[in-house]
Structures are given as structure tokens and as C-alpha cells.
Design a protein around this ligand. Structure first.
Ligand code: DGJ
Length: 712
């Protein structure tokens, strides 16, 4: 019997193709996701006709689809777990309609199950600029009985059989983006986050590699969920040797019950393939993330140098001292002064005050206006720290409205950092926060909010039901309401450092506070993990004090400056306590950052490792880039390693400018380095790409920065 004719659906990016097999009464079958296929390439036949029936198997072929479901032939992990009071527990599709939104790029698939009475709509949008696929899935209850939903994958991605490892990130407060590499096998790989926000522990994204994948070469597959709440990800082995990867929101029991015609919409998933290894994935994600953001005035202005008061003075706020600090910040070249925690009612330490969002007149008898005006008068922007979602039991707000905190009747109120989480989905809470944060924005020349979230959720109930999902959606609404009324304000997403770094919140904010750990050694790996998913201009990176408060390790100003340079640069110390020589050093790093930020930001980023403890980062384009090399422990070898830069143009010659250190005297350990620092020197692009740049001797914790520019 001849096979029925097959229909295929192809989405093409610049370097990637996604190909599905269609039929009118089934979910589209996964056939391919990977390197770009020549236009018009399709399989010779349907998957069904390609496959023999294995022994002791169903007589019908049940292939992996874009949305595998439970109970009607598919034995693998389903993309949906739902039922109606125990009924309709199995799903399968009886109709599939395809609507093109943009030919070859964006498509909407509508899948109906007439038996279980559900509709699944999957939108796939492959952006050719970023080669990133944005996927979103919605589930609608078409039946008249409520539908309880336990799992709805945002997407189910096909990963080919040669995939070997998955790189994900774990961590904790002060130790974000801790890389974890797991082998893929027949066992399921799974990560789940139930902390109610993105979490330090479980980054909602990962990269899958084949054996040959390196930083620069080889196929790699990346995915990250645009969601700031609970999430789950799993990779399962498929019976044909391939794998499939699902990511989505982790739903608490009872969290989603859909009445007739109600829908559950998944968070968006960003997924990308690159033939150019880990850096290719990072560059695709950077382009995709930039496209998701909205900036005051329509485009990103050069990222201003911050001075954040937290590690400089913590809760020890005093108007006169802060004014001096601001003057010191301006002298160092700061462009934005951010007043951190401690300015509001009764907030003398971390045990009281959260929720009472008015200025503490014991500390600031005339309010914050004199300080804010002083900051603005110095030519800097004024930024203010808030933590709207939180309340201390010791606050006027909690005493008046103890029921506004998320809670479960009969369970203790479990505090973390002495605080509880407000139920943002409660309209009274939302209105209270909008009113009080709004009053500050109306009264003061605030152009920046550092928006913190210093604890995970637990006992997160509201009216007896789980409130995790509602909390995230309400937080997004609050960000948007504030931005709509005060459109010139930029917002930083912080959650005890990097606890809320994700592609969802960045649609509502403009910067991440990457970590409370400003120790430069720790920051090298934290920032490297961050850059796998997000571009450098969003990465808050500051020069902190030495010894670092989070680790006790002491580091030179140049090492701290070099590591901070690559991100959105700032200072987090009290300028009043700097010695003259330290001030001069900080100033020179500020000046260097200002002179380089157009090259460092909104371009490409490459990273690499050149041997034990030597990490590098290049930013710019292949004709003009800044190269920073960081040594995080003493070199085990006698000679410094070379840095091969495969992205360098092999036909070009590059001029070398040493930026830090920048004098022949400091680079006098070899003729080559002395010469390149003192006389114009060029180096062949082919040599840079294939053999590499020789580095000077470096201390155990050290950074060097140079600029390489192709000369005509
Ligand atoms: C945690 C943040 O990460 C810090 O930068 C600082 O803002 C504190 N919270 C303030 O409580």
C-alpha cells in the first residue's frame, strides 16, 4: 500500500530550520530542528512510512509531536497533564488547523481534541535576526465541566540523537550561575523550581551540546523560559534515539482549574540553535532579549555609571553623609546615584519597616527632597530602592492588614529575612503599592527604581488556593502600571542579587543586579553564566570594596575594575573612605568604561577559557573589540597561555592598544608586550584566530584589558 502524501511545515531562520510534518487530524510531528536546510528541502516520505513496526509495540506508529499527550498511544512524557474530576485524563487531537502569521517565520497551530474537549494553540515565531524561536502554548477548556491542569509545557523541542550533555545553572544567594554539566542518557534529566520566583537555585534555561561543541564551534541548542515564577524543565530520551526537551511553568496542586472557555496561557519559551557553539547560542539570545525590551524614549541610552549605596553604608543612612557620598560619587564620575535600603519608615535594620513606603523623617527630617536635589544638582540621576512585594510583621502595614500577606489558614507565617510576601493579586494590595510607590515618584526626581525581592515564597496561599502564578502576573502588572504612569523611569530587577533574572521580567525592567557577591573571582564565573543568556549591558557589575563583603577575599582595584568593566558598570563602596590613590584608580576605570561602552554594549560577546583559571571575554564586532582576560588563580604553568580568538578576521591585521595595564612599564616582562604598549603594533588576524595572542604575566587574581582594531 502506498503511503499517503505528506505535507511539511518549514520555519527558516538565518542559520536554522525547523521542520514539522502535518496532517489534518493529528498534532504536527517533529521532523527536524537544526542547521539551516537549503530552501525547499523536505523528507522524502512521511515518518510513518519510514518506520517499521518494532516487536511488541503498538501496531500504529505514535511519533513525537510538537505537543505529545498522555494516554492515547504516547508512552513518553506528555506536554499536558489534565483531567475533569478524574475523567478526560487522556488526550489526543482530532483536528489541526495551521494559520501562517508570517510565511516561513511565524505560525499558529490550533489543535482540537473533540473527545477530551480541549483546544491547544501553539504559536511558533522564528526570528531570522536572532535565529530564536519564541514559542507559546495556550490550553482552552471547551467542555462544560471544569478542567484541572497539572502541567502545560510552553513547548516540546526535538533534540537530535547526537546530543551528549546539558549545561544548566544552579546556585544560591551570593553564588549565582553555578554551572552544572550533566550527561544525557535514557534517564530523564529534570530540574524544578518551586520557590515562587525565578530563583538563585535553578536558572530557567540551559544549553544542550553534542560531543564536539566548544565555546566557538559545533551545534548547540539553547532554551530559556520567560517567566519569573515556578518552573520545570525535563529532557527525555525518545525511542528513536533522539531527545525531547520540555520547559514550562511548574503548577502547584489545584493552581489551575479552567471553567468552560477559560484558557491557560503558558509563559513564552525562547529556543535557539546555533552551529557556532556556546557563543553562538549566547549571541542569538542577546539579540532576542534586546528585541523584547522597551526603553524610555524608545531606545537604550548609554548605560550610566552607578553608585549604589548598599555596601558603602548599608542601613547607616544619614542625610549629610549621603550628600557627601553623592558628591564623592560625582567626583569619581558616577552618573546615577542609587539610594538603597533603609530610607523609609522605621527601617533601621532588616527587621522592620517593609510595607511602610514613606520617608523616615527621623533620618530625613525634610524628606528625601534635599538629597535627591543635591544628586540631580551634581548632574547625576537619582535612583531609589524599593521592595514592593514585601512586608515586615513589624510594620504599620502588617499591623493594619495582616490578611494581606500570602498565607495558608492553620499554617505558621514563615518569615525569611524577617519578612513576608504581600498578596499582589489582591486588588487592595496592588492599589496600596501603586499609591505609595507612585507618591514617591510624584514627589521626587526619581529616574530609577531598584526593585528588590529578598525572599522565596512559601505558604503562598490566597483564599485557600495556591497563589504563585497570580503573584507573578500581578507583579508584571504592577511594573507595567508604574511604567505607564512614569514612562521615563528605568527599573532594575533584583532579588537578593540574581534571584529574578529571566527573559520574562526583562520585558518590564531594564537591568539585573547580577549578584550580591561583588568578589571579582566569584564574579568571573557568575557573569560568564549570565552572559550565556543575557547581554552585557543588562548585567549590573560594580567595583566593590576590598576585602569583598561576601567572601572576605581581598583583590586589587585593577582586578575589580577589569571584571566590572564588561557589564553595566557601577561602584558599590563609600567614596569617602577611598585613599587618594584609590580614587584615582576608580576614576580611571570609570573613564575607561565611558570611553568603551559603545563598543562593549549592543554588539557581540564572545567568551572562552585559555587554560587553568584563565577566562576571557571579548565585546564588540570582529573588526573592533575589547578583550578582557581574567586570571582567577595562579598559573600552574611557567608561561602565560595564549588566547586564540576564532572570530578574528583572518584577512585583517589588528592594531593592539593596551588599556589596563596601559603602560610599557607595567608590561615590561616581555619585549613583545613592552613594544605593543609603547609603539604602534599590528598583529595578523589569522594568527589571532588560529594561534592566539600571547598574554603578559598575570598575578593570581588579575585582569588585563586591550582593544584590537582591524586596520585598513
Ligand atoms: C538585596 C540586594 O541584592 C542588595 O543589593 C541590597 O539592595 C539589599 N537587598 C538591601 O536590603
Amino acid at each position: 500500500m502506498s503511503a499517503p502524501p505528506s505535507r511539511f511545515l518549514t520555519l527558516n531562520g538565518t542559520h536554522t530550520t525547523l521542520l514539522l510534518e502535518l496532517s489534518d487530524n493529528k498534532a504536527p510531528i517533529w521532523r527536524y530542528w537544526g542547521e539551516r536546510l537549503p530552501d525547499g528541502t523536505v523528507p522524502t516520505c512521511s515518518l510513518d512510512s519510514e518506520r517499521a513496526v518494532p516487536s511488541f509495540s503498538l501496531d500504529t506508529n505514535v511519533p513525537l509531536t510538537i505537543f505529545p499527550t498522555f494516554g492515547v498511544g504516547w508512552y513518553g512524557a506528555p506536554a499536558l497533564l489534565a483531567h475533569r474530576d478524574g475523567q478526560a485524563f487522556a488526550q489526543d487531537f482530532t483536528r489541526c488547523d495551521i494559520t501562517w502569521v508570517r510565511p516561513s517565520e511565524a505560525v499558529l497551530m490550533s489543535l482540537i481534541d473533540d473527545v477530551a474537549q480541549i483546544k491547544i494553540e501553539i504559536s511558533l515565531n522564528l526570528d531570522p535576526k536572532s535565529d530564536t524561536l519564541t514559542c507559546k502554548t495556550s490550553l482552552t477548556n471547551l467542555g462544560d465541566q471544569p478542567l484541572d491542569v497539572h502541567w502545560l509545557a510552553a513547548a516540546c523541542l526535538l533534540i537530535p540523537a547526537d546530543a551528549k550533555t546539558i549545561r544548566s545553572y544552579t546556585g544560591r544567594h551570593n553564588h549565582e550561575f553555578d554551572l552544572q554539566i550533566d550527561a544525557l542518557s535514557h534517564a530523564t534529566w529534570q530540574r524544578e523550581n518551586r520557590r515562587g520566583l525565578t530563583s538563585h537555585d535553578c536558572v530557567p534555561g540551559a544549553v544542550i551540546c553534542v560531543a564536539e561543541t566548544t565555546c566557538h564551534t559545533g551545534p548547540a541548542y539553547g532554551a530559556q523560559l520567560a517567566w519569573s515564577g515556578n518552573h520545570a524543565a525535563r529532557v527525555d530520551h525518545h525511542q528513536d534515539g533522539s531527545y525531547y526537551w520540555q520547559l514550562g511553568e511548574w503548577l502547584a496542586p489545584g493552581e489551575v482549574r479552567l471553567r468552560q472557555d477559560q484558557s491557560l496561557i503558558s509563559p513564552e519559551l525562547l529556543a535557539t540553535f546555533s552551529p557556532n557553539g556556546l557563543n553562538g547560542i549566547a549571541q542569538n539570545f542577546h539579540t532576542a532579549i534586546r528585541a523584547r525590551m522597551t526603553w524610555p524614549g524608545g531606545s537604550m541610552k548609554p548605560r550610566p555609571v552607578h553608585l549604589n549605596t548598599w555596601e558603602g553604608v548599608y542601613f547607616g543612612l544619614d542625610q549629610a553623609a549621603l550628600m557627601e557620598m553623592a558628591s564623592g560619587a560625582a567626583e569619581l564620575g558616577a552618573e546615577r546615584f542609587v539610594l538603597d535600603d533603609g530610607w523609609f519608615h522605621a527601617r533601621r535594620n532588616d527587621q522592620a519597616g517593609l510595607g511602610d513606603w514613606w520617608v523616615d523623617t527621623d533620618v530625613f527630617p525634610e524628606g528625601l527632597t534635599p538629597l535627591a536635589n543635591h544628586v540631580v544638582g551634581l548632574g547625576m540621576e537619582f535612583g531609589l530602592w524599593v521592595e514592593p512585594e514585601m512586608v515586615n510583621p513589624n510594620s504599620d502595614l502588617f499591623r493594619a492588614h495582616p490578611d494581606w500577606a500570602l498565607q495558608i489558614a492553620g499554617r505558621p507565617l514563615l518569615t525569611a529575612r524577617n519578612q513576608l510576601v504581600q498578596d499582589l493579586a489582591n486588588p487592595a494590595v496592588f492599589a496600596y503599592l501603586l499609591k505609595h510607590v507612585g507618591a514617591l515618584l510624584d514627589a521626587l526626581p526619581i529616574s530609577y527604581l531598584k526593585w528588590d525581592h529578598n525572599r522565596d515564597l512559601t505558604t503562598a496561599g490566597s483564599g485557600g488556593l495556591p497563589a504563585y502564578r497570580g503573584q507573578v502576573l500581578a507583579a508584571y502588572r504592577l511594573f507595567d502600571a508604574i511604567r505607564q504612569r512614569w514612562p521615563d523611569v528605568e527599573i532594575e530587577a533584583c532579588a537578593g542579587g540574581g534571584g529574578r533574572i529571566d527573559a520574562g521580567i526583562i520585558q518590564h525592567t531594564h537591568r539585573f543586579w547580577t549578584s550580591d557577591c561583588i568578589d571579582a573571582v566569584s564574579r568571573v564565573s557568575i557573569q560568564s553564566g549570565f552572559l550565556q543568556f543575557f547581554p552585557p549591558e543588562l548585567m549590573g557589575s560594580h567595583i566593590g570594596t576590598s576585602p569583598a563583603h561576601s567572601t572576605g577575599r581581598a583583590q586589587s582595584m585593577d582586578f575589580r575594575g577589569g571584571v566590572a568593566l564588561g557589564g553595566h558598570f557601577g561602584i558599590e563602596l563609600d567614596p569617602r573612605h577611598l585613599r587618594l590613590s584609590e580614587k584615582e584608580k576608580v576614576k580611571s576605570w570609570v573613564e575607561l568604561y565611558k570611553s568603551l561602552r559603545d563598543t562593549l554594549h549592543i554588539r557581540q560577546t564572545w567568551q572562552g577559557d585559555a587554560g587553568d583559571g584563565l577566562h576571557w571575554q571579548a565585546q564588540g564586532n570582529s573588526a573592533d573589540f575589547v578583550l578582557s582576560a581574567f586570571r582567577t588563580r595562579p598559573n600552574p604553568d611557567r608561561y602565560p597561555p595564549k588566547i586564540a580568538l576564532p572570530f578574528a578576521d583572518p584577512r585583517a591585521r589588528y592594531s593592539i592598544t593596551w588599556l589596563a595595564p596601559n603602560s610599557g612599564a607595567q608590561l615590561n616582562d616581555s619585549n613583545f608586550h613592552r613594544a605593543t604598549a609603547t609603539t604602534p603594533t599590528t598583529i595578523s588576524g589569522a594568527w589571532l584566530a588560529r594561534s592566539g595572542l600571547a598574554l603578559p604575566l598575570m598575578m593570581g587574581e588579575d585582569a588585563v584589558v586591550l582593544k584590537l582594531t582591524a586596520v585598513p
